[in-house]
Write a protein that binds this ligand. Structure first.
Ligand code: 13P
Ligand code: SF4
Length: 301
């Protein structure tokens, strides 16, 4: 049954000249049909460079929207249109406009986990893997950072620079509590703790390394350590355990699951490819403004 679905997905992929982009948090069976798997920055770069006519985005809504903004002439399909990111919805265009009024002359740095409308009101975007370099590149002392207060706090701490933070957060990463980490560290004293910067500051403070999802995967690939506690969505831990069966990987809590990332299925991928349904749309005037901060970000390594 599964083999049959995969065979059909591959046939339609050829017919449509489609590419399947997959975020690191997607389930194993989706990762297995990927043309490219990555973090938000890697996926944006891949989307910016693809020659395909159709992009099937296996991730959440803002990621597919970013791919479309970078490729206004392609079709971008999201297998489940209800796969949103609650953090991206924690700031609206109107709220950002008001926040800018309250903080005149500030440069606006917006995490890629945001809507196209919010990006359109932004000076430069960032992801979890380049946020420090992006903020470092800004000369202005007044910087608004939205929507993730946790990523913002981390950047603030590393650069010793005060940022004007919006009060958004990721509910999944907020469930990775420092007390759970301490418990795991006691149980596995030789394990390194690798955390995503969307975790709350008290959790990030316990980390040996703070990294994006792909950053965590790359760190383990190069490390000669044998045990790791992984502080991000639990798919990364399962991916690592499959890839390195002789090493040990521990989640912090069973609660670190992103329900939106898990809405996807092989059946839904086949459905959108076959029927060309669930096309992402962004208003032209919004897209033409939102592409500017994304492209500024992509120019910075
Ligand atoms: P990465 O860019 O590190 O993959 O993060 C995306 C995300 O949504 C994490 O919750
Ligand atoms: Fe959004 Fe958090 Fe899910 Fe990432 S893990 S997509 S930030 S809800």
């Amino acid at each position: 049954m599964q083999e049959e679905i995969i065979r059909k997905i591959n046939d339609f992929k050829k017919q449509r000249n489609a590419v399947i982009l997959v975020h690191n948090y997607q389930k194993q069976e989706i990762q297995e049909i990927a043309d490219f798997i990555g973090d938000s920055l890697g996926l944006s770069r891949e989307a910016a460079n693809t020659n395909a006519d159709v992009i099937v985005f296996c991730g959440v809504h803002f990621m597919a929207e970013t791919a479309l903004i970078l490729n206004p002439n392609k079709k971008v399909l999201l297998p489940d249109l209800s796969s949103g990111c609650p953090m991206a919805d924690m700031i609206t265009e109107e709220q950002l406009i008001q926040f800018k009024k309250e903080n005149p002359q500030a440069t606006v740095v917006t995490y890629i986990n945001s809507t196209a409308e919010v990006k359109a009101e932004t000076d430069i975007c960032c992801t979890s893997s380049n946020a420090i370099n992006i903020v470092k590149s800004i000369k202005n002392d007044k910087i608004i950072f939205c929507p993730d207060r946790n990523l913002g706090s981390y950047v603030q701490k590393v650069l010793n620079k005060k940022l004007i933070l919006w009060n958004g957060y990721c509910p999944t990463h907020m469930r990775i509590l420092p007390e759970y980490v301490i418990k795991q560290k006691k149980k596995h004293p030789n394990a390194l703790f690798l955390a995503h910067p969307e975790c709350q500051p008290a959790t990030v403070d316990l980390a040996d390394e703070v990294l994006s999802t792909t950053g965590i995967l790359n760190y383990v690939a190069k490390s000669d350590k044998d045990e790791f506690i992984i502080g991000t969505e639990n798919e990364i831990t399962f991916m690592l355990q499959r890839k390195y069966p002789n090493k040990k990987f521990y989640t912090v809590t069973d609660l670190a699951v992103c329900p939106n990332m898990k809405k996807n299925s092989l059946e839904k991928v086949l459905y959108v490819l076959q029927e060309m349904k669930n096309e992402i749309k962004v208003r032209k005037d919004i897209a033409s403004k939102a592409i500017i901060p994304i492209q500024r970000m992509l120019k910075i390594r």
